[in-house]
Design a protein around this ligand. Structure first.
Ligand SMILES: [Zn+2]
Ligand SMILES: [Zn+2]
Length: 178
């Protein structure tokens, strides 16, 4: 019988990258939550299955694992993480724009980390760091992935273009003129 290493068993069991869902076995790796240099071992509860891309991001600090893990035998739960998207809320320059320009900037920046402040449907203001995933026409609502959310399955937020207060993209903060 073929003997599997703990790492292989973990990858076969999880089947996909914890962060992005990549499921090509050959691209999967196992990250030790308590890292090797800190004495972490390849125990079931200390491993996260990641793809090579995300694994690199973990080690370069682009993905930060925030939550504490708890082990109950072989169960691992409550791991939170964020993609730090280093530049998402930092800016060196400020500009005033119209509502339409703000909407154009948003839909013109797919897959770019950005920060946006807008009004939710219940009228409250919300600021989030995100990544545009589904652009809509100018006066619509776009889907933005909330990068600070720890809920892996429910990270999409609807941003109504008409309610944008400001937006940070590529180091520039665009504030909507009132
Ligand atoms: Zn991944
Ligand atoms: Zn690792």
């Amino acid at each position: 019988m073929k003997k599997y290493t703990k790492k292989q068993v973990k990858k076969l069991f999880d089947k996909e990258c914890f962060f992005c869902g990549e499921n090509d076995y050959d691209l999967l790796d196992a990250h030790r939550i308590i890292e090797g240099k800190d004495g972490g071992t390849y125990h079931w509860w200390n491993m996260l299955t990641t793809c090579v891309k995300c694994h690199r991001k973990v080690h370069t600090g682009k993905i930060k694992i925030l939550g504490k893990y708890h082990s109950t035998g072989a169960t691992l739960f409550k791991i939170h993480y964020i993609e730090t998207c280093l530049s998402a809320d930092q800016f060196q320059e400020e500009k005033k724009v119209t509502k339409t320009q703000a909407a154009e900037l948003l839909i013109g920046s797919p897959n770019t980390p950005l920060s946006v402040s807008f009004q939710k449907q219940d009228g409250t203001e919300r600021t989030m760091r995100g990544k545009l995933v589904k652009p809509e026409p100018l006066l619509g609502r776009s889907m933005v992935e909330d990068l600070d959310s720890d809920d892996k399955k429910n990270r999409l937020r609807q941003v109504d273009h008409r309610t944008i207060n400001w937006l940070v993209v590529d180091g520039v903060k665009y504030t909507v003129k009132s």
